[in-house]
Design a protein around this ligand. Structure first.
Ligand code: ZN
Length: 342
């Protein structure tokens, strides 16, 4: 897109998708049922009595469970959604991040209910410049019904964008400004520092990982929040993490590609000795040698003049098990506060 006029015309093409079906005639693969409710409650740690027993209802936030296609794919007819996304891909908006989801529950679901659903492309935003890159917010709304009666709506918004630093994001013509091979990778995203987490980032700057501790009930918490989710107390102080931790869980990122990162790389959920967990990256072992339960130790990694992030180095045992070869290039993911719910 080279001119404002082109940009306006493209936005108008995108807006023409508003109101068009994203999917129609969907039928839930299983009726609402007790085993799936039980598995979900166990996974979420939700022991509310309304979800068990003869008069059980399904947790309302399970809504999407009843419409998911699973590995065997979706039922119903695809609408114009894929076409819209392909149009955005063609304009250089090849990256995607889910930004938020809203649900409404006009009617509770009970075991035995059979759901049907339809989805519509509700809105496409104007072209927006974000920290991730320039792109368009696309909102779809799914209406879930039982016997024709509206039981829930699921509104889902994504940002389909051209990564910051890419030609498409800067509005340059891609043909004459494609990055050369070997060109330095884009800068890593900056953390979003606000009044609720500023103390955390001040600690990181001094190479200290600070955990909040509730003044009311002494519960440690992380990431930083204005109040305690155990007792509601707004007063707190901090404790410095000892730096000892273990890999509680991890994923290996392959897709989508992002300019500042070099997939595949491992992103770990680290359980600190203090009992809280932090998303960060595990360094000192290849991405495919990261394991649940692996001991790790806090380190601070400098990425550029004004970016230091806490990362976790795999312990000596893990290093020996991985062959203690030359250390791979660290590939951390953004620190806390840089994620946007995607
Ligand atoms: Zn508390």
């Amino acid at each position: 897109m080279t001119t404002t006029e082109d940009c306006r015309a493209f936005t108008a093409r995108l807006k023409a998708y508003e109101g068009r079906p994203a999917a129609t005639g969907g039928i839930g693969k299983d009726p609402v049922n007790a085993p799936m409710i039980r598995h979900w409650c166990e996974a979420m740690g939700d022991a509310h009595p309304a979800y068990t027993g003869p008069d059980a209802v399904a947790p309302p936030t399970m809504l999407q469970v009843w419409t998911m296609g699973g590995l065997s794919g979706h039922t119903g007819r695809a609408g114009a959604y894929d076409e819209l996304l392909a149009l955005l891909d063609g304009a250089g908006c090849t990256a995607v991040v889910a930004t938020d989801c809203e649900q409404e529950y006009p009617r509770l679901l009970r075991p035995g209910d059979e759901v049907t659903f339809d989805a519509v492309i509700e809105s496409v935003s104007d072209r927006k410049r974000t920290k991730l890159g320039t792109g368009y917010f696309v909102t779809t709304r799914m209406d879930i019904r039982v016997g024709g009666e509206l039981a829930g709506t699921h509104r889902f918004r994504i940002l389909k964008y051209a990564p910051a630093g890419s030609a498409a994001s800067e509005g340059r013509d891609r043909a004459d400004s494609a990055p050369a091979r070997g060109e330095p990778a884009a800068r890593r995203p900056r953390p979003v520092v606000n009044r609720d987490n500023a103390g955390f980032w001040e600690g990181v700057a001094r190479h200290r990982l600070l955990i909040q501790r509730c003044a009311g009930c002494a519960a440690p918490r992380f990431p930083w929040l204005p109040g305690c989710n155990a007792c509601g107390c707004p007063e707190w102080d901090t404790v410095e993490a000892s730096g000892e931790g273990t890999v509680y869980s991890y994923v290996v990122m392959h897709h989508p590609p992002f300019p500042a990162f070099d997939p595949p790389y491992a992103v770990g959920l680290i359980e600190l000795a203090e009992g809280v967990r932090i998303v960060s990256n595990v360094i000192g072992v290849p991405y495919d040698k990261v394991r649940v339960g692996m001991p790790v130790r806090l380190a601070f990694e400098r990425y550029d003049d004004d970016l230091v992030l806490p990362v976790f180095r795999a312990g000596d045992d893990a290093g020996a098990a991985a062959g203690a070869g030359p250390e791979p290039k660290p590939r951390p993911e953004p620190g806390p506060g840089t994620r946007d719910g995607g």
